[in-house]
Design a protein around this ligand. Sequence first.
Ligand SMILES: Cc1cc2nc3c(=O)[nH]c(=O)nc-3n(C[C@H](O)[C@H](O)[C@H](O)COP(=O)(O)OP(=O)(O)OC[C@H]3O[C@@H](n4cnc5c(N)ncnc54)[C@H](O)[C@@H]3O)c2cc1C
Length: 497
Amino acid sequence: MAKTKINLVWLKRDLRLEDHAPLAAAAEAGLPTLIFYTFEPSQLQEAHQDARHARFIVQSLTDLAQQLEQHAIQLLVFWSEIQPLLQQLREDFTLVTLFSHQETGLAASFARDQQLALWCRQQGVDWQELAQHPVQRGPKGRQQWRRQAKAFWSAPQSCVNWASWSPVRLGPEHQAWSLKCQRLPRAWLTPVADQQMGGSQRAQAHLRHFLNEALPFYRQHIGSSNQESRSTSRLSAYLAYGNLSVRQVIQQLTAQAPSRPQSRFYTRLAWQGHFMQKFESDWRIEQEALNPAVGALWQARQAELDPSEQDRRWQAWSTGQTGFPLVDAGMRALIQTGFVSFRLRALLVSFACHHLELDWRTVALHLARLFLDFEPGIHYPQIQMQVGLTGFNTLRIYNPVEQPRHKEAQAAFIQQWVPELSPLPWPLLHQPWQLTPLEKQFYPKLDYPEPIIDSQASGRAARERLWTWQRSAPVQAWVPRLLATQVEAPSRLRASR
Ligand SMILES: Cc1cc2nc3c(=O)[nH]c(=O)nc-3n(C[C@H](O)[C@H](O)[C@H](O)COP(=O)(O)OP(=O)(O)OC[C@H]3O[C@@H](n4cnc5c(N)ncnc54)[C@H](O)[C@@H]3O)c2cc1C
């Protein structure tokens, strides 16, 4: 008997039903279609992954399954590598087209995609990868990026005509494919109190609230550690997993009356595509310095350091026990909640890589596992800039003690996340090592480490080292070539209808 011809929609970092080009294309194609997500063991074992990411995905899939049920469509969730899964589906069906979004991912998912593309060609399956970001593959006219990005975000959303959707009729032998039947690890199923929950309906509700209530205050508190987490959008995790598309956000934003906060927020959103394009154009920056000459200098310096001292520093930084209250508060908040502001992310990187001289790759991996919103296309270009691996960006070495304009907000943040210091008055809260012997008598139970380094000396040494590197002839020799491949900054992009 002839097998039923079907199409497939493979969900990845696009866990929503609106503005979804693969779903819209599948609805239009008309064949019976399966919508599926698969937890791929090889990708789950990849070093950047953490249970918090999987938990967010499960929450998003549960939300999608509920929405699809309203259209009498089942969401299938598998636990399998993609290729064996498709092979298995081929036993029951003839696979015509596989629709998915194009992914700007890590080396592991890129390798998987290359193998899959080959398999699809060999098996006669038409794999259509559609864009969800204004990211171009291959070296195509980067000077045009800004104009093309703007056109991409203002293009009509891809709407799915559910009335014309043709579901695949599944027999009882296929019921084990449903989300309810998957034996997922318990840690993925239990929400964590301080961590944002996934799901496109939650994302939509949050976006509405942000645009209607909070946008006027956007960036009013930029730079302050805890307040910023209330006055920026907190959309990053929703965007990273595609609970919302950037286009959806931009179109709702630009439907509002023009204002300065609107324009600032638009520029931030545009940075996302800008950085993803950089990563797509030069994906080796997951492992290597963008500027090879800086990379060589880094390697040489790392070889000079004492491994046991570096291990001690790593243990202290990665667990929030460095003796620098703001740094420790940032790390502990991140471990617990999966989120810290841009400023704190930059401070954590600066302290780790410039003051402590920890290996930037290990630092990047640790943060990736902790960021609930981990997005390789933003993360790695940011790491390269903050660590000074490009050879042309401004060097950023932050003072780990305090950023003076925001002392009060930072004091509250430290009290929340380093509670052992909360009895101390400001400014000792920022610098507990300045307690005099007499003052120490008043806080006999204070249990907080001494500073792991002299931050003034380490800051001075880092500045000298990095500027010497940046000005050196081998580093400068690379700069014109690198700048030629870099996409233009979106700073002149403006929100307009
Ligand atoms: C070392 C380092 C690593 C980072 N890694 C990530 C990451 O893995 N994932 C991630 O989403 N962001 C990352 N960022 C960027 C930024 O810190 C977060 O996007 C932001 O703090 C998220 O909060 P929000 O959603 O409230 O942002 P908002 O300020 O409200 O911005 C809205 C959206 O714009 C985008 N955006 C904002 N700032 C930037 C930026 N500087 N670069 C690129 N896109 C931006 C994000 O999608 C964000 O959700 C990193 C920054 C640094 C310094």
